[in-house]
Design a binder for this molecule. Structure first.
Ligand SMILES: Cc1cc2nc3c(=O)[nH]c(=O)nc-3n(C[C@H](O)[C@H](O)[C@H](O)COP(=O)(O)OP(=O)(O)OC[C@H]3O[C@@H](n4cnc5c(N)ncnc54)[C@H](O)[C@@H]3O)c2cc1C
Length: 383
């Protein structure tokens, strides 16, 4: 009999799992809290691992790529002077620049018309049986139904409801980096910079980074350090950022970016939390993507990990068709080394985005310069 999986969350992890399970003859059903599919989002640099995973899922070719032809990155100082630095998007193994929405759109091509998707629906209770899971679902109109599945996959992001219902509260698994982020698309080019220019205005404990994209306005990323990120995440982003960045408004770049923030609903304002769990499954409930291992933006690998995870789950279920425990263990054994590797240096990598001290601010500037010079040297040598 065809096995049924309920996937909670129509993000990168959820759609990747749906494509992989469908291929293995499963019948996935996706529920999504939002009333409709989200679009847009923030800049993502998709590296080799992510490109390979997207290709394996059959969606790389349909994915919009937005790497500018003539990209230049600038370190903008408080006094208005600027210095060329290495292109942040090319920091390692030549990622392609995309929006989160581009990856989701490509994955959507893989499931549209093939997988049942129910919007405006959340899980409110999960009973984890020996061979099946009973899930009570609630739709936007308050209606509740209970359905039975062979597997439930919580791909519902860093603040996962499935994780709370089955494994425990967020605090048990969150590892704070002590930073906040606010990411959103800018409505217009940054005055004084060319299309294809990216920039970073950095000071101790706060940074604005602008990531350029081909054919559409750049996306902005405000980051700052705070002792109480969870408390900060409940605040209103606009006055909070205006206050924190007030004396860093070089050439009005900060205030114009904040004007754009106040005019859009497409923003993410949240604390940065790594998720660490001893196990990603209990019985027949599995977590996948940010809900299981959130690698944070500092790893540059979260989107890739979601796609790799979906693919790995499909392969594990195919390898152990009659033994769910073995399949879930195989999935875990496959994904653990990758996740461990990328979680290890997150605190250190966060220094590149938001330096915590003057020394780190200075060290970061020196590093970008060295990288730029060595890249220029290598490209001169090869031409
Ligand atoms: C600013 C920023 C920059 C980043 N840059 C990069 C990068 O350069 N490279 C990279 O690889 N990664 C990057 N990432 C990480 C990447 O975006 C994430 O790891 C990835 O999008 C996570 O996908 P996901 O499907 O696990 O979770 P999400 O994207 O959080 O998706 C979860 C889905 O579940 C839905 N949902 C939530 N709760 C419920 C519920 N109770 N019921 C039903 N549905 C629910 C949500 O609406 C959402 O659709 C970045 C992240 C940020 C924030």
């Amino acid at each position: 009999m065809t096995q049924r999986a309920l996937i909670v969350g129509l993000g990168i992890g959820g759609m990747s799992a749906a494509i992989a399970l469908k291929r293995q003859g499963w019948m996935p059903v996706i529920i999504e809290r939002a009333a409709e599919r989200r679009k847009g989002g923030y800049f993502i640099g998709l590296r080799e691992e992510g490109k390979n995973a997207a290709a394996a899922l059959g969606v790389l070719d349909v994915m919009e790529k937005r790497t500018p032809d003539h990209i230049q990155f600038w370190d903008v100082h408080k006094d208005g002077t600027r210095r060329r630095i290495v292109d942040l998007t090319q920091e390692t193994n030549a990622p392609i620049a995309v929006l989160r929405g581009d990856i989701e759109e490509a994955l959507w091509h893989g499931i549209e018309g093939k997988v049942e998707v129910r919007f405006g629906t959340i899980p409110v209770a999960i009973i984890n049986g020996a061979t099946q899971v009973h899930v009570t679902l609630q739709s936007d109109d308050g209606q509740e139904t209970t359905e039975t599945y062979d597997l439930v996959i919580g791909a519902d992001g860093v603040r996962s409801t499935v994780r709370k219902l089955i494994f425990g509260p967020d605090e048990a698994f969150f590892h704070s980096i002590g930073t906040m982020l606010c990411a959103f698309p800018l409505a217009r080019p940054v005055a004084g910079f060319k299309a294809g220019d990216g920039l970073m205005i950095a000071d101790v404990k706060r940074t604005l980074t602008v990531f350029p994209l081909e054919g559409r306005p750049s996306t902005a990323l405000f980051s700052y350090r705070t002792k109480h990120p969870e408390r900060a995440s409940k605040k209103d982003p606009f006055p909070t950022l205006r206050h924190i960045f007030a004396d860093l408004d070089v050439d009005g770049i900060i205030s114009k970016a904040l004007e754009d923030l106040s005019a859009t609903d497409d923003f993410l304002f949240d604390s940065v939390q790594m998720v660490k769990m001893p196990h990603w499954s209990k019985g027949r409930v599995l977590l996948l993507g940010d809900s299981a291992w959130c690698l944070t933006l500092y790893s540059g690998m979260g989107a890739s990990a979601g796609m790799i995870g979906g693919q790995a789950l499909g392969e594990a279920l195919a390898a152990c068709p009659n033994n769910m425990d073995a399949a879930l263990q195989m999935f875990e054994a496959q994904m653990r080394p990758f996740v461990r590797k990328h979680q290890r240096f997150i605190a250190l990598r966060s220094q590149l985005f938001v330096p915590s001290s003057r020394i780190s601010l200075w060290g970061r500037r020196v590093l970008w310069q060295i990288l730029l010079r060595s890249r220029n040297y290598l490209s001169r040598k090869s031409s």
